[in-house]
Design a protein around this ligand. Structure first.
Ligand code: SF4
Length: 169
């Protein structure tokens, strides 16, 4: 099940504090069976079984692999996204080819609690972060798919509190 082709999409969080892009690469194959092996070889940060998802911590960013896509929470341009995706593709293919000698790792990581993040958000549901409600935004933060500073109305104290809480997981 090598990753052969992918199609990239980029979006920019709709607020003035964010200069980064998010990237999602849609895969042409289902990589669910590969994820526990990659969890072992790439020392995954979080692994979930249902639905299957593996999060890797790279310097300054989180990369999450799902069955049919890979999302990178922060990239500065297409070149950076391609560099990460090509590196990942090489590692994935190598891991898959060597899977008979690798012990898959199914350890499930604990998750941050959505309500612990939500209580620190403004709860006005203004939608300026690009998500329909503060609750949805809190869920995305807990999934490492959004960054707290994408909320325009979070003061520095609450921003720091959320960063510290999420950093524990
Ligand atoms: S998290 Fe912030 S930007 Fe997003 S809806 Fe809530 S108050 Fe608005």
């Amino acid at each position: 099940m090598p990753i052969i082709r992918y199609r990239k999409e980029f979006c920019r969080p709709p607020n003035s504090r964010s200069e980064h892009l998010r990237c999602v690469a849609y895969l042409d194959t289902d990589i669910s069976d590969l994820l526990p092996y990659l969890n072992r070889t790439l020392n995954g940060h979080q692994y979930f079984t249902d639905p299957p998802a593996l999060t890797l911590k790279l310097p300054g960013k989180l990369v999450t692999l799902h069955a049919n896509d890979i999302s990178i929470n922060i990239v500065h341009d297409e070149f950076e996204a391609d560099t990460i995706l090509e590196w990942l593709k090489e590692k994935a293919n190598d891991t898959w080819n060597r899977r008979h000698e690798i012990q898959p790792k199914f350890a499930v990581a604990s998750k941050p609690r959505v309500l612990n993040v939500l209580r620190l958000l403004p709860k006005t549901n203004c939608g300026k972060c690009g998500y329909s409600t503060c609750m949805v935004f809190a869920v995305m933060i807990c999934e490492h798919a959004a960054l707290p500073h994408d909320c325009l109305f979070l003061d520095d104290t609450h921003l720091k509190e959320i960063d510290e809480y999420i950093g524990r997981f």
